[in-house]
Design a protein around this ligand. Structure first.
Ligand SMILES: Cc1ncc(COP(=O)(O)O)c(C=O)c1O
Length: 427
């Protein structure tokens, strides 16, 4: 590797070491996850699925992929089956008896957005109606946002939050579903601090004959750790990115209920959307699932939520307005209008002091490029070992910067001191 590149990697590692990462979709992968990512598994082409590959030499990769599926089902406590039981042709799938309620797991999607693309391909035809939460109200781009493939190729209907409480308006979801009869109803969010009622979504989807897809990218780790309601009893398909609260490599996994849906999803991934899986990522996903079954991970998930609750309470004490009044998850959405600073200006100010957050729309914002909110979360700081006491310090730093207009370099010194007490597990 050139000196230039190795220096850039060192510089980015140092940046991560010496800043407080508050972006709620970011986390720290363990050295074991990184070891799998950097392994020679990256050299192998494995188009297809275990036992059904287009290339030779895949015996070991087959074992790794099946092991990743097995560990994923275990990490979420699911009764399931491995993809190796699926037949070669669709007509034979219905002959598989007794597996209707078994969960199958696809670990090949290259990331969350392609995983969602595969789910649309599998469950709907271009032009069909699909429903999801609007971007301005906390949904993801791939849930039907303007400019995204999900609204260009499908007729996307969007639901949002109740304007009084900033909570998902389930009555609106129900009436839109009844009116538009979508093929798919997406639940799941990218900027929503409260618990999602998957049971209600499942009921609404069932009542109109739609598939319920739960996109739990943000909260998958909380679900596995028992810190958020699980969607599995109420969903047909569950998708999650692996690099957020699960602390894995960049990637995504798709759980589907029963062999018929699993067959459709597998076919949509390859040959529908992708070529070869990234086998190094598959192994890293298997490591992540192993780690998630440890008691320490359950403790971690609960601490993420406790830390967010303390951070939210402290911010409120300093007069910050929080969308929906607070948080029950890993994520906090701050409405900065009353502080007379935009989301962008606040994010830049915090960054100068070494606190990394992102600007975000809040309900009622009319200009998505100049939003009035800031999105923060606790998954990464909790992975560093920080607890309630440190969350109070983080809130105080924000108060000193935003309210007291203290010079960023003063706060920066305190931030570096705190970071040094809780180092990342890398050299
Ligand atoms: C709810 C949700 N779905 C999907 C995605 C897309 O994942 P990726 O960025 O890996 O494409 C994200 C990423 O932020 C997300 O929050």
């Amino acid at each position: 590797m050139s000196k230039k590149l190795s220096n850039l990697i060192k510089a980015e590692t140092k940046r991560q070491q010496e800043t407080l990462g508050l972006i709620p979709s970011e986390n720290i992968a363990s050295p074991a996850v990184l070891a799998a990512l950097g392994s020679p598994l990256t050299n192998k082409y494995s188009e297809g699925y275990p036992g059904k590959r287009y290339y030779q030499g895949n015996q070991i990769v087959d074992e790794i992929e099946l092991y990743a599926q097995e560990q994923g089902l275990k990490a979420f406590g699911l009764r399931g089956a491995l993809s190796s039981v699926l037949p070669m042709s669709e007509s034979k799938v219905s002959e598989l008896k007794g597996l209707g309620n078994s969960w199958f797991l696809n670990v090949q999607a290259h990331s969350g957005s392609p995983a969602n693309a595969a789910i649309y391909f599998a469950l709907a035809e271009p032009g069909d109606t699909v429903m999801g939460q609007s971007l301005a109200h906390g949904g993801h781009l791939t849930h039907g946002a303007n400019l995204n493939f999900s609204s260009r190729f499908y007729n996307a209907v969007q639901y949002g939050l109740d304007p009084k409480k900033d909570l998902i308006d389930y009555d609106q979801v129900e009436s839109l579903a009844k009116r538009h009869k979508p093929r798919i109803i997406y639940s799941g969010t990218t900027a929503y601090p409260q618990i999602i009622d998957f049971k209600r979504f499942g009921k609404i989807a069932k009542s109109v004959g739609a598939y319920h897809v739960a996109d739990v990218s943000h909260i998958a780790g909380l679900i596995a750790g028992g810190a958020h309601q699980a969607p599995f009893p109420y969903a047909d398909v569950v998708m999650a990115t692996t690099h957020k609260t699960m602390r894995g490599p960049r990637g995504a996994v798709i759980f589907s209920k029963g062999p018929e849906l699993a067959y459709k999803i597998n076919k949509a991934i390859i040959p529908g959307l992708q070529g070869g899986p990234h086998n190094n990522v598959t192994a890293a996903i298997a490591v992540m699932f192993e780690e998630m079954q440890k008691v320490a991970f359950k403790r971690y998930a609960k601490q993420v939520v406790k830390n967010a609750a303390v951070l939210a309470a402290e911010l409120k004490r300093y007069g910050f307005a929080l969308v929906s009044g607070g948080t029950k998850t890993h994520l906090i959405l701050i409405d900065l209008k009353s502080k007379n600073i935009t989301g962008k200006a606040a994010a830049l100010l915090l960054e100068e002091a070494g606190i990394v957050a992102n600007k975000n729309s809040v309900p009622g914002d009319e200009k998505p490029f100049n939003p009035s909110g800031l999105r923060i979360g606790t998954p990464l700081l909790t992975s560093r070992g920080m607890k309630e006491k440190e969350m109070k310090e983080v809130a105080m730093f924000m108060h000193h910067l935003v309210d007291l207009k203290e010079p960023a370099e003063f706060v920066r010194k305190e931030v570096v001191k705190l970071c040094k007490k809780f180092p990342l597990p890398y050299k």
